[in-house]
Design a protein around this ligand. Structure first.
Ligand SMILES: *[C@@H]1O[C@H](CO)[C@@H](O)[C@H](O)[C@H]1NC(C)=O
Ligand SMILES: *[C@@H]1O[C@H](CO)[C@@H](O)[C@H](O)[C@H]1NC(C)=O
Ligand SMILES: *[C@@H]1O[C@H](CO)[C@@H](O)[C@H](O)[C@H]1NC(C)=O
Ligand SMILES: *[C@@H]1O[C@H](CO)[C@@H](O)[C@H](O)[C@H]1NC(C)=O
Ligand SMILES: *[C@@H]1O[C@H](CO)[C@@H](O)[C@H](O)[C@H]1NC(C)=O
Length: 391
């Protein structure tokens, strides 16, 4: 694939250097220098690319200064310090956490659930627990079908044969819920969720399908079996037309196939126990068609309604936050989701600089966003990011 580049380079060299061979050591920048050889000015005018580079360097420097300043301010005057970190030695031999079967028994005791969705790939050793500890009510698993198993990882390079959907997500959740529901041998309709402080709160498990949807989805359905058998998956029941919240709500995104989600898991109960991540920016279009009585995506088949913030709303550059046009869009998209009983969510929020990120979070929360998508779960849940910044 690199072949054409090489060819192009060769061609360019030939064209550039052919007419200026006689004093090539004088000027390395090709054909345009011909004008200078006859009447060389005292001082050269800076080339466009030099100006461009200078501009870039200035911009980079400004950003570095702002970022360093923010980080220092944040560190010394900013958010509450995180007092305990149960994950410091997680997984190390001798710590008792070599296998994910173990977790601290009081680990979620004081955690207050917050509607934030954790996109937590960088915490690769303990995906679920970090988010739960921060209080996030949504976690995400990026799954890939490989050699007859579902591997979890942000990209193909991070995949390992023993890091599966089952071992990193399903089994730990079963363990936590067993701990939260010690005496429940038969389903009694009152299962506690994962959060002690709010047992009714469901945890959204967002499964982002990275490989072929039609092929991969049945494996997800299959690997959820331990949770399903315990009655711990939220479901929609066709018999009563109701959504029944349970400790875990599974939502499919990425390549997740809408048709398979619609057809349910085909168990004998006629239940749909996984939901779709509807396109947030398409809901309005559907309403705009004037046929608002028919909605493809509604609470019977979808749970989240999400879209890429950059794509749907656009860039937010400085601390002013989204402009008036963008605000209008955010408002109507969130409302469209609400009208259908769906939980709105934007991913791809500007992560940096921190004051822009915080401003966008603030605006979304003010506008009633259903779920805040975050990369930094601790910043989102343990710090007061709604305060005006130091800048
Ligand atoms: C997965 O396998 C690697 C290498 O065999 C091992 O070092 C690691 O501890 C294993 N991880 C888990 C979660 O079992
Ligand atoms: C659905 O379940 C029924 C009854 O168990 C079975 O006969 C049928 O083949 C299943 N359909 C699919 C698509 O798995
Ligand atoms: C609305 O859309 C549904 C499904 O496409 C269709 O059955 C129905 O006739 C439409 N209603 C109107 C008023 O266009
Ligand atoms: C919900 O969506 C399903 C599938 O797209 C559709 O058949 C049904 O009519 C919708 N219900 C409402 C109330 O819009
Ligand atoms: C708002 O921002 C978007 C994206 O940056 C831009 O395209 C649009 O023109 C802006 N609108 C107003 C009214 O400033």
């Amino acid at each position: 694939m690199a072949f054409w580049k090489f060819e192009k380079q060769k061609a360019t060299m030939a064209v550039d250097y052919a007419p200026v061979r006689q004093d090539a050591e004088d000027d390395e920048h090709g054909g345009t220098r011909v004008t200078y050889t006859t009447t060389r000015p005292e001082m050269r005018k800076p080339r466009t690319w030099q100006l461009y580079l200078l501009g870039l360097a200035a911009v980079a420097l400004t950003f570095i200064i702002v970022d360093t300043g923010e980080t220092i301010a944040h560190r010394y005057f900013g958010g509450r310090l995180v007092v305990r970190d149960p994950f410091a030695n997680w997984g190390q031999s001798g710590s008792g956490t070599e296998q994910l079967a173990w977790y601290p028994t009081d680990f979620l005791r004081d955690v207050i659930p917050v509607p934030c969705h954790s996109h937590n790939d960088y915490w690769r050793t303990v995906p679920v627990f970090t988010a739960l500890y921060a209080g996030c009510t949504g976690v995400e698993a990026d799954v890939w079908l490989r050699n007859g198993d579902l591997l979890v990882g942000h990209d193909t390079a991070s995949l390992q044969p023993n890091r599966t959907f089952q071992t990193l997500y399903v089994n730990p959740l079963v363990e936590i819920l067993q701990h939260q529901n010690p005496k429940t041998e038969f389903y009694d309709g009152n299962d506690n969720g994962v959060f002690d402080t709010d047992p009714e709160q469901t945890l959204v498990l967002l499964v982002d399908i990275k490989t072929d949807g039609a092929e991969t989805w049945p494996w997800v359905v299959k690997q959820l079996t331990p949770l399903r058998e315990k009655g711990w998956l939220s479901y929609y029941d066709e018999a009563d037309g109701q959504f029944h919240p349970r400790p875990i709500t599974v939502v499919g995104t990425g390549n997740a196939p809408f048709d398979q989600i619609l057809s349910g898991n085909n168990n004998t109960l006629q239940r749909r126990d996984a939901f779709y991540d509807a396109p947030l920016n398409k809901l309005e279009e559907e309403d705009g068609s004037g046929n608002a009585t028919y909605h493809t995506y509604n609470a019977t088949n979808s749970y989240y309604a999400s879209v890429d913030f950059w794509h749907a709303i656009g860039a937010v550059w400085w601390r002013g936050g989204p402009n008036i046009t963008q605000l209008g869009k955010i408002r109507s998209q969130i409302q469209a989701a609400k009208d259908r009983g769906l939980v709105s969510r934007y991913w791809g929020l500007p992560p940096w600089p921190i004051h822009v990120r915080n401003k966008v979070w603030e605006v979304l929360v003010e506008e009633g966003i259903g779920m805040l998508n975050v990369d930094d779960v601790n910043a989102a849940t343990k710090e007061d990011w709604t305060r005006p910044g130091t800048f």
